[in-house]
Write a protein that binds this ligand. Structure first.
Ligand SMILES: Nc1nc2c(ncn2[C@@H]2O[C@H](COP(=O)(O)OP(=O)(O)OP(=O)(O)O)[C@@H](O)[C@H]2O)c(=O)[nH]1
Ligand SMILES: [Mg+2]
Length: 341
């Protein structure tokens, strides 16, 4: 799962990127890449029980994307390309000083995405006209262009599964799941997203969270045992990292499942609704094809039973086929048909 921090220059993207990843990147205008390890109390508990050689948390890849210096300056080709590679667009808005106008920045940035999509759609429509093609693609693109011309992002356009697939190769940016990240002043770190921004984000089909990149950077510098007290002194229940990750998971409909063993205890992610064979494919692409069955035991049932053996005895360890819909917190053992045929 890859999330990109986008936004105008000076909105705090690199500050947030460093605080979230623990890296120390400078202000140079280029794409920075890092990873956030996803904290998960269930994984820690499983690791304490199985005592594996290795414990591996899930990761969210984070890209810090250089922003346009000023409004009205179209997005650079490099930034556009980097934007196309992310699953979730996280738009960082400057809201930590008196001159900032996050509402205007949100509209301006979204307009850039809309414009870039409109250009792509019109270019293709022009081509189709030249080829005297007026089939399904023309029809779909006309609907897309009309929506964009009204100044609305494609996030808010209802599409059938078939349309979605037919248009997927365009990689439309205003269709990308959007998380608005309001970078507020230290004194506002514990406040919810201002109502006007919340509404504006919802109108664009986006989710929103508020955080202080500066506070998060300070917290990241502290030893783990001192963090809760500092957070509490600011009226915060948890780190921005935890809230950011939860927001990204929700935005992309991601859930976690686990694999356990002596070698490794590991957390993985799949999309809610994904089936067991797909989950197996996350572990190893070969496993999706050679999948035979999955032994499934939910984390809660395992903890309640006290052991795998007991869980099996009381029927909490089940055999499921490839169409089983994976649940958040499932512990999976994939049985695959290896090399016999
Ligand atoms: N007070 C305050 N200052 C911040 C905060 N976040 C960033 N800044 C300051 O704003 C300036 C720009 O921050 P950056 O993180 O470099 O912004 P950026 O979005 O990466 O900017 P570009 O890379 O130029 O697109 C720096 O001087 C930061 O110290 C914040 O939460 N509070
Ligand atoms: Mg930067």
């Amino acid at each position: 799962m890859r999330a990109g921090l986008a936004g105008f220059a000076g909105s705090g993207k690199t500050s947030l990127f460093n605080a979230l990843t623990g890296l120390k990147r400078g202000p140079e205008a280029k794409v920075h890449l890092g990873a956030i390890k996803v904290p998960d109390a269930r994984l820690e508990r499983l690791s304490a029980i199985f005592k594996p050689r290795k414990t591996t948390p899930a990761e969210v890849l984070l890209a810090d994307l250089p922003g346009p210096r000023s409004k009205g300056v179209s997005l650079e080709i490099e930034a556009l390309q980097a934007l196309r590679e992310v699953d979730a667009l996280c738009l960082v808005l400057r809201a930590f000083d008196a001159d900032a106008d996050p509402l205007r920045d949100l509209r301006d940035y979204d307009s850039e995405l809309i414009l870039s999509d409109l250009q792509a759609a019109e270019k293709r429509l022009h081509r189709l006209r030249q080829e005297r093609d007026s089939g399904g693609e023309t029809h779909e693109l006309q609907r897309v262009a009309k929506h964009l011309e009204q100044g609305a992002p494609l996030r808010t356009l209802t599409m059938s599964e078939a349309e979605e697939q037919a248009l997927a190769h365009f990689g439309f940016l205003s269709r990308r799941p959007l998380l608005v990240v309001v970078n507020v002043a230290e004194s506002d770190a514990a406040r919810p997203v201002p109502a006007a921004l919340q509404d504006a984000a919802a109108g664009l089909g986006a989710d929103a969270i508020a955080l202080s990149a500066e506070v998060e950077a300070e917290i990241a510098e502290l030893p783990a045992e001192e963090q809760p007290e500092y957070l509490a002194s600011l009226g915060l229940a948890e780190t921005a990292r935890a809230r950011f990750l939860r927001a990204v998971y929700a935005l992309l409909h991601q859930i976690s499942f686990f694999t356990v063993g002596e070698d490794e205890v590991r957390a993985w992610t799949v999309r809610r609704g994904d089936r067991a064979a797909r989950a197996a494919g996350r572990i190893h692409s070969d496993l999706e094809k050679s999948f035979v069955r999955a032994e499934v035991m939910h984390y809660d049932d395992f903890i309640a039973a006290g052991s795998e053996h007991r869980a099996r005895e009381i029927g909490k360890l089940r055999l499921e086929g490839k169409d089983y819909v994976v649940q958040d917190g499932d512990i999976l053992h994939i049985r695959a048909g290896g090399g016999k045929r």
